[in-house]
Design a protein around this ligand. Sequence first.
Ligand code: NAI
Length: 672
Amino acid sequence: MPKIVQIDVTGEIAWVRIDNPPVNATSTAVRAGLLQAVEQVQGCALAVLSCAGTTFVAGGDMSEFDAPPQEPHLPDVVAAIENSAVPFVALLHGTVLGGGFEIAMACAWRVARPDTRFGLPEVNLGLIPGAGGTQRAPRLLGWQAAFEMACLGQMKSAQELLDLGALDMVTEDLEAAVTQFKNRAKPRLSDQTIAPMTKDDETRFRDRALTFAKGRQAPLHNFDALTWASRPFAAAQPKERALHLQLRQSEESIALRHVFFAERAVTKPARLQDVPRGKIAQVAIVGGGLMGCGIAMACLMAGLSVTLIERDTEAADTAKRSVTSLLQGAVARGKISDAQLNSHLQVFRTADTYSLAAEADLAIEAVFEDLDIKRSVFENLAQTVRADTLLATNTSYLNPDEIFDGIPGPERCLGIHFFSPAHIMKLVEVVRASGTSDAALATAFTFASRLRKTPVLAGICDGFIGNRILAAYRRAAEYLLADGALPHQVDAAMRSFGMAMGPFEAQDQGGLQIAMANRRRQDATRDPDERYVDIADRICALGRLGKRTGAGWYAYPDGAKTGVRDPIVEDVIVSYARDAGLTRGSFTETDIQTQLLAAMANEGARIVEEGIAECAAVVDVVKCAGYGFPRWRGGPMHWADTVGHDAVTSALTTLEIASPGSWIRAGVFCHD
Ligand code: NAI
């Protein structure tokens, strides 16, 4: 096995190479190896620092973050490199992130390949850099770029860094560049001074960090640490380190690290690890509405060929225009070039007949949410495609087993449930039907990853994982209305928790019809003892189906963008309570948050108990990647762990005692 930090001396040059797959993270062994290397290179004219594999150091070893820091500490290693009598030149490739960028900044010279990317992503983990990143970056890059990297987590290209004077050379041949740095002296970055930000810049940066933060603390902490860079390094860097270590214990960082690890774990389920997977190059999509077009766009952007089948020529032409316009939007936003647009269009075709789907490796159905229509689509597909072509439904609520009943080759049938807009939203629920093979599931995971999505494995139940929790959340929100709250109070409380939108404004955005249709579908099987609040039904009965219809839980006078409180809605709520014989009380912001989050966590616990999700982490990933749950809160299950299961149980039992039937479908939190 190669040493984690290798040192080879050739003539006057010492070649120091980090080899710590997969991303050369600054683990304890790497830090110790680097410190030793600094001693061993003494006597040479130049030390060259590079990394094996696909990238330079791409960050710290986060698995070490939960334990007390081990010596040698990164700031000491970085200082040793910077203070070394033998100057270091860093040869950079891949992604130079966090501790990697801090090490690179301590080197006397930096040479990078043209496609190298640089970042200080600590902010995305609720942290600040801890080894001089916030202190050296302003000295090296200036305030603006340092702010964008440290506070906003932006990545920079090699060209951008070269333009800022932060790289000495950009070249394909890193090693050939080394010799010209021999016998040259360069002042240490930490000895340089930088004038404080102007008052205007300070205000502008702080405001930007505040808007970007949306309730998080880390962007502001990074900003504070940056401002210290105008002071002497020796005084400011220990402050940065102390804050870094303090933030490792913060709820925000623990939650963000939880989601980071959860995403990595659940998108590669252990049961599928060694399962051979098929190759997907050609995709057929049936149904070119909102979802079909978004899925087509996502597939094209991932370099796949797409055939989109619609009901007739007119609908096929409309779908073609929609997908073309999505691609043109990507050109306008600088995501793809005109040449890429053309090459995507060359492998995209629409049709009103199934024959063009014959060569597809995967067929995804995204037609109306109607069992008979979906069944007929798969009957047609089964007659057209190969016997091993994967057949996937994008249904939100129908039972895939009923959709696929009688279709030959049940092992290749499954759900691949995208979220709207499908080319943007990261979450994909891969739904295991009763006949689905592991090979089909594994192939679907690879397909979703290729689309740069976050796939999770789900079993069959009403609404799968995400929409089922959404239904429980909305039900609990309506209980709150019945018991004393008003929509704007509930929405404000959830926004203050960090949700992108509250439950009622979100319903107004998406429309109230789908939830109403679901409630009618569930009428026949709903437990008669379950508490049913029909406020939403009363709102829908007034023709208030959301923003698109001009009114919903809120009024939208003269097409207003945001809804305003409406006395009609508040009358409906109050009269419901009167009809139901309820005395309306009042709720604090915390009461509202606790009730709603407890409802989510409870439904999540049931989902795990029933085996619909393999573990609680899946639930957290679903809510964070698909439903606007703030990542920095870690998801509903992580929230329940943080506040304690007793607090969750008590919130649910208090409501259950006051209003029997509220938690008839209780999860672990409601066990006696
Ligand atoms: P949509 O109404 O926008 O599009 C459906 C399309 O299917 C229409 O263009 C229609 O012409 C076409 N179509 C209908 N019957 C067809 C047939 N026999 N052959 C070929 N094309 C046919 O609906 P949307 O919103 O795109 O939803 C499609 C599916 O995706 C539904 O099952 C829905 O539940 C699911 N879904 C919807 C989400 C959403 O937010 N809209 C999110 C996730 C899933």
